[in-house]
Write a protein that binds this ligand. Structure first.
Ligand code: SAM
Ligand code: SF4
Length: 462
């Protein structure tokens, strides 16, 4: 395939030049950039780079303060919850940092059968989850047709009132036909991390297997978009290369998608490398990223792409996760297992180790206690607001009025069907204060739907 015709998605020389010329920014320049960021229209690469090169603690505090303001202005206090479901740890690739790598002989290989998928989904539904991310090692025997069957199985599985309303997928890049099959199965977001955008490092970390092909990976969203999947999720793995380079490259990738398809990334994820048994490198990554820089990266993405969903996994500790919610994170995984079949067993080896082991009830409880609104909302997806349509409503802030009541309706379902008493009480007082603080028209519509949820109806939204 010829990828040469278009200008490159990522221009390494340009990134290095920008990083060089934005070193040691003056406090005046940083404050000008933050002033612009407050308009919620995003930042260009050079501005983002000035912020990444800011180390003065006082100025970094100002960056954090601004990202909190922007986050709050767009997302309010909502945090969307999901769980990953690992389908297979069989993999033909040899990524140096991953426990699923082909040469890891210590791990037992497993692919969930349709019955086992059903069993895992019933457990997740029994916790109260409504959104799943299906995660696959790269196993050529799992064809898009087989994935189709697995995705449909997830949607069809019911446990009492429990159902999965949105299935997102993180799997190796497919061709356009393969993506069409995933689309027809009804996936939400197609998520894929470039790991590192730096070609030389990419080559080193991915020595063999199909993943060694950088271009096939970086062009996967083009094929997904052409196949009609317009919600795509980007990311890179923190720790493989200089995070500042990768951050600017990620922004170039996001800008490219916006230019080409008129829709930027639906989400950006923030995986940071964690120790993985049987991986060669995860215990001593070459470019370890400390919490300070990690927080800065989250804040800069929030300011650069104000309307993009930002995802954090259980890779991070509860304390850091709380800080990152304020800085920009809008979605988190909760009560997760990174092991294939892991929701049935208590122990075992996952893809990498996780830091946050709280149950879903505990996560919901703690979010409520910290003043956030835990949300299981899938209203946009269910009413066809995806891709360009979603962005055209999100950017002028038009869906924002609907988001909080819709989030609360899904929280209400959770409180009735799954929550423990203390969590329920916290949730109910949140409902009350929302009612007290909203306009009469929203209050009326919301109240009607709330009553219907109380009477046993599910999946209602404004
Ligand atoms: N096999 C597919 C791929 O590599 O794109 C998708 C699944 S892979 C399990 C999902 C992601 O896990 C990878 O993209 C990588 O960023 C992340 N990952 C791998 N090893 C990790 C580690 N040791 N710590 C944190 N994240 C890791
Ligand atoms: Fe396989 Fe993905 Fe792990 Fe690489 S990151 S070894 S491709 S599962």
């Amino acid at each position: 395939m010829n990828f040469e015709k278009k200008p490159p998605i990522v221009n390494e020389d340009e990134i290095f030049q920008i990083l060089e010329r934005t070193k040691e920014p003056s406090s005046q320049r940083v404050r000008e950039i933050l002033e612009k960021a407050r308009l919620k229209k995003g930042l260009d690469l050079e501005e983002a780079s000035f912020l990444a090169n800011t180390y003065d603690p006082e100025l970094v505090e100002e960056i954090f303060h601004t990202s909190k303001e922007v986050k709050k202005g767009i997302y309010g206090d909502r945090i969307v919850l999901f769980a990953p479901l690992y389908i297979t740890n069989r993999c033909v690739n040899n990524c140096l940092y991953c426990g699923f790598r082909r040469d890891n002989r210590e791990t037992k290989r497993k692919t969930l059968s349709l019955e086992e998928i059903e069993e895992q989904v019933e457990i997740l539904e029994g916790m109260g989850h409504k959104r799943l991310l299906l995660v696959f090692g790269e196993d050529p025997s799992i064809t898009p047709e087989k994935m189709y069957g697995m995705i449909r199985k997830v949607y069809e599985t019911r446990n009492g009132r429990g159902e999965i309303r949105r299935v997102n997928v993180n799997c190796a890049p497919l061709d356009e036909e393969g993506f069409k099959i995933l689309k027809s199965a009804g996936i939400g977001t197609y998520q894929l991390f470039q790991e590192t955008y730096h070609r030389k490092s990419y080559k080193y970390f991915h020595p063999s297997g199909p993943k060694a092909d950088y271009d096939w990976r970086i062009t996967s969203f083009d094929r997904a978009m052409k196949a009609g999947i317009d919600d795509v999720g980007l990311g890179f793995l923190f720790g493989l290369y200089d995070w500042k380079f990768d951050l600017l490259a990620l922004l170039q990738h996001a800008n490219y998608l916006d230019r080409e398809y008129n829709v930027g990334p639906h989400t950006i994820s923030f995986p940071r490398i964690k120790p993985a048994k049987g991986a060669e490198l995860s215990y001593s990554p070459p470019y370890p990223v400390n919490d300070f820089d990690f927080k800065k990266a989250v804040a800069i993405v929030r300011l650069s792409l104000p309307y993009t969903g930002m995802i954090l996994s259980t890779r991070e500790s509860p304390k850091l996760r709380d800080e990152l919610f304020n800085l920009g994170i809008s979605q988190i995984s909760a009560a997760s297992s990174t092991e294939v079949g892991g929701y049935k067993k208590e122990d075992g080896e996952g893809q990498f180790s996780i830091e946050d082991r709280r149950s879903l009830n505990e996560v919901v409880h703690d979010l409520l206690k910290s003043g956030f609104i835990p949300s299981f909302c899938t209203a946009c997806y269910r009413s066809g607001r995806t891709g360009e349509r979603f962005m055209s409503l999100a950017k002028p802030g038009e869906i924002n009025n609907l988001c909080t009541p819709n989030a609360l309706l899904t929280l209400k379902e959770y409180l009735i069907d799954y929550a423990k008493e203390e969590t329920r009480n916290l949730g109910e007082s949140l409902m009350e204060s929302f009612m007290n603080g909203s306009s009469d028209s929203i209050k009326k519509k919301f109240f009607k739907l709330l009553r219907r949820v109380e009477n046993g109806e599910r999946d209602l939204y404004l």
